[in-house]
Design a binder for this molecule. Structure first.
Ligand SMILES: [Zn+2]
Length: 467
């Protein structure tokens, strides 16, 4: 048999196990997974002896910043960082300018991605303009996204046009999105409580990064818990598939467990910062706003790992959110003036592999949470597993090779990472997208414009409905 690429002797990892095998790729697809040494006539051969093959990561929550904020990141830099991190599909969030909340705006954003993306991609349209929702749903997207954040003092990163807090408006959106059959992603937030909490800090003259961190986790994360309670109830009322973003409190985990036990159509994500960054107060003292996405007090760390292991949290997505140093610096004195969010797409696989070496999570569960589950939840039937017939999206990793994360190796435009200085066990040596090597040994070699929209091909399935 003649094939385009033969990857020899690696350990192929799937959600259900691992096996040493040769993996053959032809025409962008996996065509054989066979015993090592099986004869093939291959145009190219890659020796993966001693390394592991994971399904290419599918990140359903990333901020690529284009159009509108290309001083922070753009499609080329974001998808370069993805390629270096083993990510073969990345979904962009809609807080760009103009936000993709109409068919016309989404169409022009799709055009940009077709010209510039190095890996496969999709765009989570903003589901905030009711009349546009049906047409947006026909444009190959895999989900809608709504932020419940509507703080008026700031126009970024939650600008007008993408935030909804009014419960009636949320009900309308749930119903309209539900009719399309696509999942609705929501950033849970209780703006009314947050406003009251913030005022208390400000009245005491507390405005720095510490106050900001604590405000968002006030009363054991009350703003996350009450918002989630509302969203789960709206899900139940409408039947719309809900994907809950930013799982970070024990209160949310308990609610997810109950809702899933009751068969609700929900999925949930955890972001790397919840267990690798914002969960240690020393990181926040040291890095200030550079460490904030959000402060997730350490009592939540073990429950989060446990919920990820047992599937209460279905998947890991990055919430990759680059901001420049200039946008972070004001946080030392006024946390509310710094832009919220942290970058992570280039290093989260390495950090998960490192956590795996420490026993927090198995390699199989990493494969499932970073690829198989996102593909299932968002209907990417051709992706997410190392199986014959599926897209040859593969991350090859060397678990023995460790490295130090430094600002120097950051491919994101901002040139810094809050994970700098960490030594991680687990190096991505190659990233393969539909059979084509897009990253090897430290170099992104994929061409901008080769990436394709990763359109859903199967019905979205949440883990509770899959059981
Ligand atoms: Zn985000």
């Amino acid at each position: 048999m003649s094939v385009d690429l033969l990857i020899r002797g690696g350990t192929v990892v799937t959600a259900t196990g691992r096996t040493v095998a040769d993996l053959a790729v032809d025409d962008g697809r996996i065509v054989a997974i066979v015993a090592p040494g099986t004869p093939f006539d291959a145009d190219a051969t890659l020796d993966a002896t001693g390394r592991h093959l994971l399904p290419g990561l599918i990140d359903v929550h990333s901020h690529h910043r284009e159009p509108g904020y290309t001083h922070k990141e753009d499609i080329v830099s974001a998808t370069s960082a993805c390629a270096a991190g083993g990510v073969t599909t990345s979904f962009a969030m809609p807080n760009v300018q103009p936000p993709p909340n109409t068919a016309e705006r989404l169409a022009s954003m799709i055009e940009l991605y077709e010209q510039r993306a190095i890996i496969d991609w999709n765009i989570n349209a903003a589901g905030t303009v009711l009349d546009e929702i049906p047409e947006l749903a026909t444009m190959g997207i895999a989900a809608f996204k709504v932020f419940m954040v509507v703080d008026t003092g700031r126009d970024y990163p939650h600008m007008p046009g993408i935030g909804v807090h009014d419960h009636g408006d949320l009900l309308r959106i749930f119903s309209k999105v539900g009719a399309t059959g696509l999942p609705l992603m929501v950033h849970p937030h209780d703006q009314a409580l947050m406003t009251a909490i913030e005022e208390r800090y400000w009245d005491r003259g507390e405005r720095d990064f510490r106050a900001y961190a604590k405000a968002y986790s006030d009363h054991d994360g009350i703003i996350w818990d009450t918002a989630t309670a509302l969203l789960l109830r709206l899900q139940k009322a409408t039947g719309t598939q809900l994907h809950l973003l930013h799982t970070q409190t024990q209160g949310v985990i308990e609610q997810l467990r109950r809702a899933k036990a009751n068969g609700q159509a929900i999925s949930a994500e955890m972001n790397p910062w919840a267990v690798f960054l914002g969960n240690a107060w020393e990181n926040i003292e040291r890095w200030g706003s550079y460490a904030l996405s959000y402060y997730v007090p350490e009592a939540n760390t073990e429950p989060l790992w446990a919920a990820l292991r047992d599937g209460t949290i279905d998947l890991v997505s990055t919430d990759h959110a680059p901001h420049t140093r200039e946008e972070k610096e004001p946080g030392w004195t006024d946390g509310w003036k710094a832009h919220t969010g942290t970058p992570s797409t280039q290093f989260y696989l390495s950090m998960l592999l490192d956590a795996s070496a420490d026993g927090h999570i198995s390699l199989e569960r990493i494969a499932e949470a970073t690829a198989t589950a996102p593909a299932r939840v968002f209907g990417l039937g051709d992706k997410g597993r190392l199986e014959v017939g599926l897209d040859a999206d593969i991350a090859i990793v060397d678990l023995e090779r460790s490295y130090e994360i430094t600002d120097d190796i950051v491919l994101s435009k901002i040139g810094w990472t809050p994970y700098a200085g960490r030594h991680v066990r687990g190096t991505v040596t190659h990233t393969i997208s539909r059979g084509e090597v897009v990253y090897e040994d430290g170099q992104v070699v994929g061409r901008p414009g080769r990436g394709r929209q990763a359109k859903p091909t199967t019905a979205p399935i949440t883990s509770s409905t899959a059981a």
